[in-house]
Design a protein around this ligand. Structure first.
Ligand SMILES: [Zn+2]
Length: 523
């Protein structure tokens, strides 16, 4: 009798429990059917992995909807998809999806996982040991087919948030400019240093870096050629050209000194930069130090080229002003009111705009998302978009403008009046000049000889026009930068001939510049 009562009691409890489970399950399903639950697959994975009860799953699902809980047990696939989204769509797209019911991982979560190398950020004045450390980290491992080749040292600034942060590993305040002393940013155990840094910034003795100066070495080879950063330095950009020259010297010496630098990969052939006005004189100091003589190995290939500037730095080093910056600056010059002077004709935005309307057989469409969403209703608008770009850093747009300007040569000139005829002659000369400059970088069919011949043609036409018109043709700095870029291409061929005449990089060296130039628009 007692046994029967106990069995009945157990059955009744089990029934209660089953009814409770059924009710929770119904409530859960109803909740799922009526709410967008963030990270739902992850919640279910947690239910299984962490042995949650059904009630706990329901509770966490509700908390997830209220934004009080986020399941972070991302699967490999979710992390991979988020990486692709970030690469293709950028930070804003990833942020939008992070806040959506898909609850994508944040940029910080991805950054930790994607960080392949632990680089040291410079705090205050860059230290030799930091650069040497970074060279070792970036250049220690080599590919099986590794060989020594020519190296390019590249420098540029990237935008940053302009704020300070704390590095737990070294107990330092990072983000101050190069004017800070390293020992003055160690936090220690009290707030003394924070107050001192605040005072120094208020007094203008040191600054919060608004940009990050990045120096990178790149191999001129057909494999393993990406630029790898070795110096990351927040900067206020208030230094002089002498500071810039000293920094280049430090980088050069670090490369020479490191076991994983020149000894393993090869010597520096060129120093590349954007058109930074303080870096330009520093480059001249480094790369115009002495004139090649017959005793120099490079002289046998370069000594007899008429008009070539034979002044170089140590080891035949030359300065290379990045072509994609140069092309943007040419567009900017043509589109300014003063324009450029060619044989008595001033070519500026309004003249160019009116002549571009005469071109037929030009595909004015662009393939950017903006253009697809806002199809230009007329050729005039398309021309206006080229001459007045929304983004002046858009390199493919700059290349397109230079190419269509070059196309003006092909206009039928039989019906032109004398004034138009002389303008057309000026456009034709400009077209020859621009085509000779741009084609080597965008035409993959070009052989190395064609690339060099074309660049030399550009250099000669530009020289003749600069001798005639001076700064009215092109600003002195832009003209000099363009000639430096051509010169470096010629020197690079001579360097490669000396290093290994059969090297494949012999043919690749300029194509790499083309890649850099063309991909620049998508950075
Ligand atoms: Zn500063």
């Amino acid at each position: 009798m007692k046994q029967a009562t106990l069995t009945s009691l157990n059955d009744s409890r089990m029934l209660d429990r089953l009814l409770q489970v059924e009710s929770t399950l119904k409530n859960l399903l109803k909740f799922l059917a009526t709410h967008d639950v963030p990270a739902l697959p992850r919640l279910f994975r947690n239910w299984l992995d962490q042995n949650w009860s059904l009630e706990k799953l329901f509770e966490m699902t509700q908390l997830s909807v209220e934004g009080k809980y986020q399941a972070r047990n991302f699967s490999e696939m979710e992390l991979d998809i988020a990486t692709v989204v970030y690469e293709l769509g950028g930070g804003a797209t990833l942020y939008a999806l992070q806040k959506s019911p898909f609850a994508f991982p944040s940029r910080n979560t991805l950054a930790k996982r994607r960080r392949e190398y632990q680089l040291r950020i410079s705090i205050g004045e860059p230290r030799m040991q930091d650069i040497l450390h970074n060279i070792e980290v970036m250049f220690k491992t080599t590919q099986p087919e590794h060989r020594r080749c020519g190296i390019t040292l590249s420098m540029d600034e990237i935008a940053s948030d302009g704020r300070l942060c704390y590095l737990t590993a070294t107990d330092e305040i990072a983000g101050v400019c190069e004017h800070a002393k390293r020992d003055s940013v160690k936090m220690g155990t009290d707030l003394e240093i924070v107050r001192a840094v605040r005072e120094a910034i208020r007094d203008g003795k040191i600054h919060v870096g608004q940009e990050v100066f990045v120096a990178a070495f790149a191999r001129n080879d057909d494999v393993d050629y990406g630029a790898r950063p070795v110096l990351l330095m927040p900067t206020c950009k208030q230094g002089s050209f002498r500071d810039s020259a000293l920094l280049i010297e430090k980088l050069r010496q670090a490369w020479e000194m490191s076991l994983y630098g020149e000894a393993l990969h090869g010597s520096i052939w060129s120093i590349a930069s954007d058109g930074d006005p303080k870096r330009r004189p520093a480059l001249y100091l480094h790369c115009m130090a002495h004139k090649l003589t017959a005793a120099d190995a490079l002289h046998q290939h370069l000594g007899n080229l008429p008009g070539l500037n034979l002044f170089t730095g140590s080891g035949g080093m030359t300065q290379d002003l990045d072509v994609k910056h140069d092309l943007k600056r040419i567009c900017k010059t043509i589109c300014a009111r003063e324009g450029i002077l060619i044989n008595g004709t001033t070519i500026n935005k309004s003249l160019l705009g009116s002549w571009l309307e005469r071109l037929s057989d030009v595909d004015w469409s662009e393939n950017s998302i903006y253009a697809l969403l806002n199809p230009a209703s007329s050729i005039v608008e398309a021309i206006h978009a080229l001459l007045d770009p929304k983004d002046p850093q858009d390199v493919p747009r700059a290349i397109k403008l230079l190419r269509v300007t070059a196309d003006l040569r092909g206009i039928d000139n039989s019906d032109l009046n004398p004034s138009e005829y002389s303008t057309h002659r000026a456009f034709s000369l400009l077209g020859e000049l621009l085509e000779a400059l741009v084609e080597p970088f965008i035409n993959p069919e070009f052989t190395l000889s064609q690339q060099i011949t074309s660049l030399v043609k550009f250099a000669h036409i530009a020289c003749a026009l600069f001798l005639k018109h001076g700064g009215a043709f092109l600003p002195q700095h832009l003209y000099g930068d363009l000639q430096c870029m051509v010169r470096t291409a010629i020197f690079r061929v001579a360097h490669t001939k000396l290093l290994d005449p059969n090297s494949k990089s012999f043919c690749v060296c300029l194509v790499m510049m083309y890649l850099r130039c063309y991909l620049g628009g998508y950075e």
